[in-house]
Ligand binder design. Structure first.
Ligand code: F6R
Length: 245
């Protein structure tokens, strides 16, 4: 596992965007996995700037988002589909047909999970997966569990995760209780993984990911057995692993 510690959030975001731009330049038909949340916002801004300045072309890229809330449609401003339009897809030249995000409003959610997994299988494996990390060690919306769930599935969100995302919704009640998430097996099949974290509140989870037991009770710990995984952190998120670097 490689660990890059950057000066601050801006540098972390820039470094991650440069990784993506380099991958897309080297392999124009890159298949990329993408997260939502507050962590990647700066990276998406940097990518939009790189695109607008002519440094990267997304015309042949395929994107798979990690997750979507159950019950929210594309048009819902709180959906991850809307988030991705607002922060990235609305400003770059990725063809709409190459954008894949689970349908949170599917009538048959199990069938939707199978459909999503099948398209990833057809277009994949994912070349470059970008991840954030939750305070309980979740990646995608793979919450702590008694087992690592390999494929796309429905996850019950923990109260902690719902509260962490409360800032985007009017009240806790409005936050969906379930999400469709890519599974850990599919994430681990990605050729390269980059995990981003910033801020003091992520220092403990980064320490536990790197040093704790590998267990489904702390899903991000599985990244330790990936062949090509890089963490890009700011100084604060790296605050508890300094002696290991
Ligand atoms: C969302 C996702 C989650 C987030 C994680 C961190 O698509 O995959 O695993 O990356 O909850 O969220 P932030 O960045 O808001 O701290």
């Amino acid at each position: 596992m490689n660990i890059l510690v950057m000066k601050d959030y801006t540098e972390m975001s820039r470094q991650a965007a440069l990784f993506i731009a380099a991958s897309v330049t080297l392999k124009p038909d890159t298949v990329i996995g993408l997260p939502t949340g507050k962590t990647p916002v700066g990276m998406y801004n940097e990518l939009v700037m790189l695109y607008k300045n002519g440094f990267v072309d997304f015309g042949r890229v395929t994107a798979f988002n990690l997750d979507e809330y159950v019950g929210l449609g594309r048009e819902d401003p709180h959906s991850f589909y809307s988030y991705m339009q607002r922060h990235l897809f609305g400003y770059i030249n990725i063809p709409p047909k190459n954008i894949h995000i689970p349908n949170g409003k599917a009538k048959d959610l199990k069938a939707e999970c199978l459909r999503y997994e099948e398209i990833i299988r057809q277009k994949g494996p994912i070349d470059l997966m970008i991840l954030g990390i939750g305070h309980n060690g979740h990646i995608g919306f793979n919450e702590p569990s008694s087992e690592f769930i390999p494929e796309t599935h429905i996850e019950n969100l923990t109260e902690r995760t719902r509260k962490a995302n409360a800032r985007y919704f009017g009240s806790l009640q409005d936050i969906p209780r379930k999400a469709i998430t890519m599974g850990l097996g599919t994430i681990m099949l990605s050729k390269k993984i980059i995990l981003l974290a910033y801020g003091r509140d992520k220092a403990d989870v980064i320490l536990r990911t790197i040093k704790g037991n590998i267990t489904p009770r702390f899903p991000a710990s599985i990244l330790r057995v990936h062949r090509d995984c890089t963490f890009i952190l700011d100084q604060e998120a790296a605050g508890k692993i300094r002696d290991m670097l």
